[in-house]
Design a protein around this ligand. Sequence first.
Ligand code: SF4
Ligand code: SF4
Length: 335
Amino acid sequence: MTDKPKVAFYWCASCGGCEESVVDLAEAILEVVQLVDIVFWPVAIDTKKADVERMADGSIAVSLINGAVRTSEQEEMAQLLRRKSQLVVAYGSCAQMGGIPALANQYSRERILRTVYEEVPTVDNPNKVRPQPDYVDDAQICVHLPEFRQRVRSLDQVVDVDYTLPGCPPTPKLLAEALHAILDGNLPPKGTVLAPDTALCDACPRKDSKPEDVGYTEFKRPHWTILDPEKCFLAQGVVCMGPATRSGCDAQCIRGNMPCTGCFGPTSRVHDQGAKIVSSICSSIAAEDSDGIESTLSGIPDPVGTFYRYGLSKCLLRGRVDAVDAARSSQEGTR
Ligand code: SF4
Ligand code: SF4
């Protein structure tokens, strides 16, 4: 053991992209490794939950936790790392706002389990067997599985979070700046999102062509459209989340001729990222009759996936719960 600050990384409901973004520090990772002692990082080093449990409370300088929280295991790990850490950073869109996994909040837990274990065409399960949290086999060996909670939650809906690094995944530049700020003790107030608090449009290379007043007559899907590489996407009738999204990503998608999908989350002035862009876009539709409005909106066939791609856990509308889930919720609380 060294006296260098201890750092932990953990992934909850995650695709692994956030873990890769740490490796994307490239040669700068060697500098980081010189400065810190990485004590827990399940994807990269062989350390176990018991190793963390043995550490003194508050002995980890910072835990960077990515991924959303869906299972009881993820919840327990987040709570354990919170107890052992001076600082907890929500790392990436999934930890910040639920991210892609939170799109499952469109469906109840019962609906998801029924679909996965009973209804999909590739499932052969005549007895409708589902995984149980506790199972004792013929040899009396008890197997525990994590519980699948009612909803996908962001990290700050489970534990106290000190800082947030946004992005899907965060850029190596933001990660390096955050690590240096933490190691130098040069931190902004608790709760700060460690990226500029301005909308992406302010930093966008196409901002001069952003329309002030547009009457949308149709919305086009980017993969069905030949896109002008210089012109604002909104001016081309393509939904761009830039007006409701925080900057700090160096407009990488825009520079690749793809509209912003909102992974950096909202600025501090926006409460609900999806609602903000829905209100802005819908108030700019040219048609005034319901048929015309519906025809224009038919160009956005997946409104939730478009406007809440990363932020459904933070949506002010809580989501759908069916009768079976409602009964379980009243027994377990609303996890
Ligand atoms: S924020 Fe993006 S890269 Fe990170 S775990 Fe979620 S989906 Fe993957
Ligand atoms: S709407 Fe999109 S393309 Fe237009 S200025 Fe904003 S970020 Fe750039």
